[in-house]
Design a protein around this ligand. Sequence first.
Ligand code: GDP
Length: 197
Amino acid sequence: MIIKTAEYLISSPSYKDCPKPDMPEYAFIGRSNVGKSSLINSLANNEKLAKTSGTPGKTQLINHFIVNKDWYLVDLPGYGFAKVSQSQRKSWEKMIEDYLRKRENLVNVFVLIDSRLTPQKIDLEFINQLGEWEIPFTIVFTKSDKNTQLETSRNVKAFLNKMRETWQFLPQHFVTSAVKKTGRDQILALIAELNAS
Ligand code: GDP
């Protein structure tokens, strides 16, 4: 897919405030600092579209972008902040659950996993929750340029093996680097394919 335009649209505190569900929508989520903003910027070919490394935990909003005037890209607030209060965590959970379960034009969720890390409980729990809610998702391993290929593939395999303990079928996964633009075309090709179906 060629990105002709990618524009910021609106930030919403609830799924109820989101734009009219008149186009297919793809959401991106992961732990704070996983490289979500960098990946979104790389997909959009715009280094400033999503803010990178701002104030973690402060932006508890559903951020809509519109790409090629044809589909919505959604930047969801990340999970796993050490410093958020119990009530902030609860409100995040409620907002995300409502959005994921009720947003009718949501086609796929891209769950970002830091490829430098061994499998993290918080990521596996989030993924299992998506499974329970029957929400289609794809796994995106980020920052693959930060490690050797061998280390990256070891972590990817370890994560997928962990998933095999509870999942009968594994979802599609991509290995990406926002710096080298690895995996960018594959993600955009999947979105194009889903948009066409
Ligand atoms: P977010 O909090 O998930 O939006 O993460 P950011 O996109 O702000 O990235 C967090 C940090 O990781 C920043 O310092 C980025 O420059 C860095 N980063 C993100 N993606 C990559 C990547 O693919 N490769 C490298 N080397 N660094 C990355």
